[in-house]
Design a protein around this ligand. Structure first.
Ligand SMILES: Cc1ncc(C[n+]2csc(CCOP(=O)(O)OP(=O)(O)O)c2C)c(N)n1
Ligand SMILES: [Mg+2]
Length: 576
């Protein structure tokens, strides 16, 4: 039995205290009668800052964006209606490995004990629907009670942080003000240390492979960011003269100014030298690799059979599987043990993408090609970049300056994510420059959250492409069909609509000159740039990828081959 010091606290205060100790400084969400009591505790104690959202979906996106920069995020929703609104975003956090704590103020324990029907339920005499639903998209779920709160709160927060996955906890509305005995010590965010023998053997096996490799390479997926090892990987690459590539889901995780950085590996869709460096390497170290069609050039990616697969908490080297090791400790061990390479030259990456300034005639109608060329020059060191689904995927083709972070959702790909995530990341790191790249269709899903961004005086740059609808989908099917159209909003007027006294600078860009003018605006307030482009205009790789996606999705008997039903790169009309 431990004789750790304890103290008495209300369950609500303890939950807020634990969140704060875990580094969570803000709570996103929407109030409801089942969570107002916790909100009152939050206001009374000042433990966290409340950032109210327009919807729980947006709150879940915001908590995810916050966690990307802060390491952990949290949101508060109400029973059922709030929880199910947030579940798409939490599914995204699960898919993208982001630790988010979803707290649902839920029906009182009294009503469960007495079988009393309550609002925001199915009114069917049961109360586990939402807990069960969250069982599919979180690493841990619980309904807090006065008996379990002291241990369950710690279990869930630690699980989220250790696994880099979301968790879901229900706080019945009649227990937040009940006192329980809780640990006096602060919550320590830590992993159990690795098993010493497993760690030693694992480090030795990787070190041996790297030492005798002729052409080692490191392939990075998003977990390198989530488990905080990007800098270790660069250090290792430097020491053993390995090339480093990322997959799209990890774009920006490795500093792209690092001269052994080879760009994005995406199977057949990669640059030839990137593809060759990975596929012909005699020692690939893959970090958290989770291939899907859009990150593998439609499954044309092919890692060597002897690839080492390192994950957050386990490693495969040849026939051996190592458990009870952490990625961080494994990499530290390898960096220390491996001899500095002398027998092979580091491979250098291709020079940075040309940032063309040849925009041509200033009065020419703006098209995607010069738009993205201009964006290449606009990016600067340390930017936080946000990408939503759509032709904005062109951002993947740009070379990022040093210390940039990309926040996107490549695996889950829920439109509208980027606007909520922007609010979350701005809240976590307001001192950085944040730039959103979003299409009109994606923006319409979560546009209201722009009002929260304005309400809190944030100063992001928002680049919105107004092309009348879902252009990237036209490359799958429905080139000219109205199901791919959206209403033509006056997007650039929205900052004013959402905040009457806004100082935001809004631009409607139609020509090359308009764009240059917008890009020269200072970053002392929000900059909102709506760029009007043709609904058939997209960079060829984007449309190619949609065309291939249609083959996978609909099969050989699908409708995509019918005459003129699918936007093709051949129709790409930017004259360049
Ligand atoms: C929640 C959700 N619903 C639907 C989709 C399907 N979808 C993927 S991209 C897209 C259209 C994006 O349009 P827009 O943001 O305007 O980008 P564009 O290609 O026009 O630049 C849609 C509807 C999705 N990814 N997520
Ligand atoms: Mg669009």
């Amino acid at each position: 039995m431990s004789n750790r010091a304890t103290r008495r606290m209300t369950i609500g205060d303890f939950l807020l205290r634990r969140l704060q100790e875990a580094g969570v400084r803000h709570l996103f969400g929407v109030p409801g009668d089942y969570n107002l009591e916790l909100l009152q505790q939050l206001y009374d104690t000042g433990a966290l800052k409340w950032v109210g959202n327009c919807s729980e979906l947006n709150a879940s996106y915001a908590a995810d964006g916050y966690a990307r920069l802060n390491g952990l995020g949290a949101l508060l929703v109400t029973n059922g209606v709030g929880a199910l609104s947030a579940i798409n975003g939490i599914g995204g956090s699960c898919s993208e490995h982001v630790p988010v704590i979803c707290i649902a103020g839920s029906i009182p324990l009294r009503s469960i004990d007495r079988g009393l029907g309550m609002h925001h339920t199915m009114a069917d005499g049961t109360w586990d629907h939402f807990l069960n639903a969250y069982g599919h998209v979180t690493a841990a779920q619980t309904r807090l009670t006065p008996r379990n709160a002291a241990t369950e709160i710690d279990r869930l927060i630690l699980t989220a942080w250790r696994e880099k996955l979301p968790v879901y906890m229900e706080l019945p509305s009649d227990i937040a003000y009940l006192e329980i005995e809780v640990p006096a010590d602060p919550l320590l965010l830590a992993n159990p240390p690795s098993d010493p023998e497993r760690l030693r053997s694992c480090v030795a096996a990787i070190t041996e492979r790297l030492t005798r490799a002729a052409a080692p390479a490191i392939l990075v997926d998003a977990d390198a960011d989530r488990f905080g090892v990007a800098a270790d990987l660069v250090e290792l690459a430097e020491k053993v003269h390995a090339s480093i590539a990322v997959i799209d889901a990890a774009k920006g995780v490795i500093d792209e100014s690092f001269d052994q950085y080879l760009g994005v590996y995406n199977g057949k869709a990669s640059e030839p030298q990137t593809r060759q460096a990975i596929e012909t390497s005699d020692c690939v170290l893959a970090i958290g690799y989770r291939p899907i069609e859009v990150t593998t050039g439609d499954f044309t990616a092919s890692l060597p059979a002897n690839t080492i697969h390192a994950r957050g908490h386990s490693v495969d080297v040849d026939e051996n599987n190592y458990q009870a090791v952490t990625l961080k400790e494994v990499l530290r061990g390898v960096i220390d043990a491996v001899p500095r390479a002398t027998n092979r030259a580091p491979r250098h990456a291709s020079p940075a993408a040309e940032s063309a300034h040849a925009y041509g005639d200033g009065s020419a109608k703006i098209t995607q090609l010069p738009y993205w060329q201009a964006m290449q020059s606009y990016l600067r060191e340390g930017d936080v970049l946000f990408i939503d689904n759509g032709t904005a995927y062109a951002l993947f083709g740009l070379r990022f300056p040093a210390h940039c972070t990309l926040i996107g959702s490549v695996n889950w790909g829920s439109i509208g994510y980027s606007v909520g995530a922007l609010l979350g990341a701005l809240t976590a790191a307001p001192e950085r420059r944040h730039i959103l790249f979003v299409g009109d269709g994606s923006f319409q899903v979560s546009a209201q959250e722009l009002s929260t961004i304005l309400r809190h005086d944030h100063k992001p740059v928002i680049f919105l492409i107004n092309n009348g609808g879902y252009t990237i989908e036209r490359g799958y099917l429905g080139k000219d069909e109205t199901y791919n159209d959206v209403a033509n909003w006056a997007y650039a007027d929205l900052p004013k609509a959402f905040r009457r006294d806004t100082t935001a600078r809004s631009f409607v860009v139609k020509t090359v000159r308009d764009l240059q003018n917008a890009l020269s605006a200072p970053n002392d307030t929000m900059i909102f740039v709506e760029t009007v482009m043709d609904d058939h205009d997209a960079l060829p790789p984007i449309i190619n990828s949609s065309n291939k996606g249609a083959e996978l999705d609909y099969g050989p008997r699908g409708p995509q081959h019918r005459e003129n039903l699918q936007l093709r790169p051949a129709t790409y009309g930017v004259g360049g």
